[in-house]
Design a protein around this ligand. Structure first.
Ligand SMILES: Nc1ncnc2c1ncn2[C@@H]1O[C@H](COP(=O)(O)OP(=O)(O)O)[C@@H](O)[C@H]1O
Ligand SMILES: [Mg+2]
Length: 278
């Protein structure tokens, strides 16, 4: 269920975000980890729905060619008239790509996006294309969440370049830490070369199973490394979270009182609190 319309911001601006020349600027958060299956898309979709439910103006930008976030927001990616691909190749204006959903606004992805990496190579300022596009929408939102693909190539670099911060979901499993050092190195590289202001928004433990020692050990290890960047809320393993995408709904709409829905509401509250209530 979606309809394409211009971005209308009818929600009151009751936050105290950063201002530029007296205007509120939205915060762009890339949800990244080059490992697949760690909960990036699940986090992006449900954090978007939870922020929307809390009255924030939120936009989800799907930069994964698989388009899982697009489907999970209830949008048929084959029918989306304009996608993030059109923005990247300059075929459409950002506002034209925005779709309104009951869970927040969405810039959809589609399969065409898998070729975007190659097309971008020939472009000037190729890492800055998404940043320039989202920059035009920044003032219309409190938060813009970018769902990154599971790699560290051009689309992820574009996302990290566009972002103010990066939120890192970490699956509570044995090899979790191994991939993290690659991501940390990429963040350092992006800071040096492309986006000096890029900060870590937070580290989120996902698929936590309190009954296993392993989950607890991984969480402890991640805390030793990232310290207070790790969110107090952990996302439990919850079957409702894995079922909801096939119904084209975030878990908040699919089963509002499930453990998964409650955890993502808590995450939204913790994130907003860390951002000074913005
Ligand atoms: N907390 C959770 N509990 C149960 N299943 C989950 C949870 N988080 C994610 N999943 C499932 O695990 C799979 C991978 O999650 P996904 O968010 O798509 O990861 P990524 O975007 O990092 O590849 C999906 O099938 C998803 O439904
Ligand atoms: Mg994903």
């Amino acid at each position: 269920m979606w309809y394409n319309s211009r971005v209308k911001t009818d929600k009151p601006r009751k936050h105290c975000g950063a201002t530029v020349k007296g205007r509120f600027m939205g915060k762009i958060i890339a949800i990244a980890n080059q490992k697949g299956g760690v909960g990036k898309t699940t986090t992006c979709v449900n954090l978007c729905a939870a922020l929307n439910e809390a009255g924030k103006r939120v936009l989800l930008c799907d930069t994964d060619p698989q388009g899982n976030a697009t489907s999970a927001m209830g949008t048929d990616k084959r029918e989306a008239p304009v996608s993030v691909y059109d923005l990247l190749i300059g075929r459409a204006e950002p506002l034209e790509a925005v779709i309104k959903t009951p869970y927040g606004d969405l810039i959809p992805s589609n399969k065409e996006l898998s070729g975007a990496g190659i097309e971008l190579i020939g472009m000037e300022n190729r890492e800055h294309v998404l940043k320039n596009a989202l920059g035009k929408l920044k003032n219309d939102y409190d938060y813009i969440l970018i769902d990154c693909p599971p790699s560290l190539e051009m689309l992820t670099l574009n996302s990290l370049c566009a972002a103010d911060t990066v939120l890192i979901p970490v699956q509570c499993e044995y090899f979790a830490l191994e991939g993290l050092s690659d991501l940390v190195n990429t963040i350092k590289l992006v800071r040096r070369r492309l986006n000096p202001r890029l900060d870590v928004e937070g580290v989120l433990m996902t698929m936590y199973d309190g009954r296993t020692n392993l989950s607890m050990q991984v969480a402890e290890e991640v805390k030793r490394y990232f310290k207070d960047k790790v969110y107090a809320v952990v996302i439990p393993r919850n079957v409702r979270l894995s079922e909801s995408p096939s119904y084209g709904k975030p878990v908040l709409a699919y089963d509002s009182s499930s453990k998964g829905a409650r955890a993502y509401r808590e995450l939204a509250a913790e994130l907003v609190k860390r951002n000074g209530g913005r």
